[in-house]
Write a protein that binds this ligand. Structure first.
Ligand SMILES: *Cc1c(COP(=O)(O)O)cnc(C)c1O
Length: 476
């Protein structure tokens, strides 16, 4: 029975092999079934005979073999793994939060009010005139946003010739995918040597076939695009729309608004900016905001207020539904609770600290950081060391490592985003882990991690061919 674990974990080195319950005790519980009717008994269920403490400890040990934001810092650049305050869970656990999506509008006025307020808050934060809460993730928001752009061009009889979406090479991979899924030809735009959009290349790329430009700001190097007004003018003059990938809004909250910069469409990653859980395959939310002329194309339903009553309505030229009900209600409720608790000043403070923390951490580590000045994240170079090995070694020092090997214009990139939620002491602990991994022998890096419950795994197989249950492990 042990063979399967060895393909996943290097048992010899790792501290915590945890046997399956059935391996722990093969004696099965004898259930006296004489009092039960025949049709309720069966022979096939073999429950191992274990006491409650044995069970409690088994599951507690399993939970400790994982690393999460509740166990330590998680500076995974671009992902904004910020700590999710527990009060949002309390709000989402209230009995009154459990509402069926098909309830009559007049019986769920409170729920609709929260949706409506969240539409308004996000609109105000992004400088957008209308917001849909429906898309279930950032990438799903991009896709919905690009479908809105497409519907707009079609309504103007320009759908046929506006066939291209321009995406800078440094953009998040989902931008290319969303545009392609919406049926567009993707035009990649190279960045200039400062790591920003190259205006000449942009002018050469836009034209009658441009449907939209998708821009991430601050970009993946943590840099604020300097020429946004010019970029917007070039794209708008050519009849294209400006799309803002707002996944990095944590750097700008309460300070700058995409709507004011000339963007027509944006998505928000509530799990990055508004402290709701990161998906991991679970429910998420990626609301989309648009300027007034695009509002009629938003997904249906939207919520509006009419004389103190909240009601659902269908935008006139809606692209239809992109998710069940109004989106993932409990995730949205947590975002609403977070925004309400922090308020405008608190959100502004969060973005200040996100930027301060990234800059403080960068000042404490001794690696080259080629692109500056950065905001909420920075990309350090592991130099002649392999960034992935470097990252694995950081695990041995008790912290989660940064994102590695991306973006590609930094050699052996370590893309680092501490978030605003970490204290100075925690940032110093991260800096110590960087320093320790920098001075370790290369062989030490190559054999890392040694102190974690799982040793070096085959990441490609783990991603492409995941075995997510013990049955699948047993079969292999
Ligand atoms: C995370 C991220 C996305 C995608 O968001 P998901 O919720 O993971 O789908 C898009 N763009 C950028 C810049 C991101 O960092």
């Amino acid at each position: 029975m042990q063979h399967h674990t060895q393909t996943i974990w290097n048992d010899s080195d790792s501290a915590g092999y945890e046997p399956l319950l059935s391996e722990r005790n093969m004696d099965t519980v004898e259930v006296d079934g004489t009092d039960l009717p025949d049709h309720l008994t069966r022979d096939s269920l073999e429950l191992p005979e274990l006491s409650e403490p044995e069970l409690a400890r088994h599951y507690t040990r399993l939970s400790q073999m994982n690393y999460g934001i509740d166990s330590g810092p998680y500076p995974l650049g671009s992902c904004t793994m910020k700590y999710n305050p527990k009060f949002t869970e309390d709000v989402a656990s209230l009995p009154s939060a459990a509402v069926h999506p098909d309830r009559e509008e007049d019986s769920v006025q409170g729920t609709l009010q929260i949706y409506h307020e969240l539409q308004e808050y996000l609109g105000r934060i992004g400088g957008m005139d209308a917001v849909t809460l429906q898309p279930p993730a950032g990438a799903a928001g991009e896709f919905a946003g690009i479908l809105v752009a497409k519907a707009y061009h079609e309504a103007n009889d320009e759908g046929d010739h506006r066939s291209e979406v321009i995406v800078p090479t440094s953009a998040h991979g989902t931008n290319f995918a969303s545009a392609a899924m919406a049926g567009y030809d993707v035009v990649e735009l190279p960045e200039n040597e400062d790591g920003r959009v190259d205006l000449e290349a942009l002018s050469a790329a836009v034209g009658e076939s441009t449907a939209a430009l998708m821009l991430t700001n601050p970009n993946t190097l943590g840099l604020f695009e300097r020429n946004i007004e010019e970029i917007a003018t070039i794209v708008h003059d050519a009849g294209g729309l400006m799309y803002y990938d707002g996944a990095n809004l944590n750097a700008l909250l309460g300070r700058a608004r995409p709507g004011d910069m000339g963007f027509d469409i944006m998505h928000y990653n509530v799990h990055k900016t508004f402290a709701t859980p990161h998906g991991g395959g679970g429910p998420g939310a990626g609301p989309v905001g648009v300027c007034e002329r695009l509002a009629p194309f938003l997904p249906t339903p939207q919520v509006r207020e009419n004389d103190g009553e909240y009601e659902l309505f269908e935008p006139d030229e809606t692209i239809g539904k992109v998710h069940g009900a109004m989106g993932n209600w409990l995730v949205l409720l947590k975002a609403h609770a977070y925004i309400r608790r922090l308020g405008g000043d608190g959100l502004r403070d969060a973005s200040a600290k996100a930027v301060l923390n990234a800059n403080y951490l960068a000042s404490q580590i001794d690696l080259e950081i080629p692109f500056e000045p950065f905001h909420h994240e920075f990309v350090a170079s592991a130099g002649d060391r392999d960034a992935a090995d470097f990252a694995k070694r950081m695990l041995d020092y008790g912290v989660h490592p940064p994102t590695t090997k991306w973006p590609e214009n930094v050699t052996e990139a370590l893309m680092t985003e501490p978030t605003e939620a970490e204290s100075k002491a925690t940032l110093d602990q991260l800096a110590d882990a960087f320093a320790a991994a920098s001075t370790d022998d290369v062989s030490e890096l190559e054999n890392a991690p040694r102190q974690t419950s799982a040793g070096r795994i085959d990441q490609t197989s783990a991603a492409r061919n995941p075995r997510l249950s013990w049955q699948q492990l047993d079969d292999s």
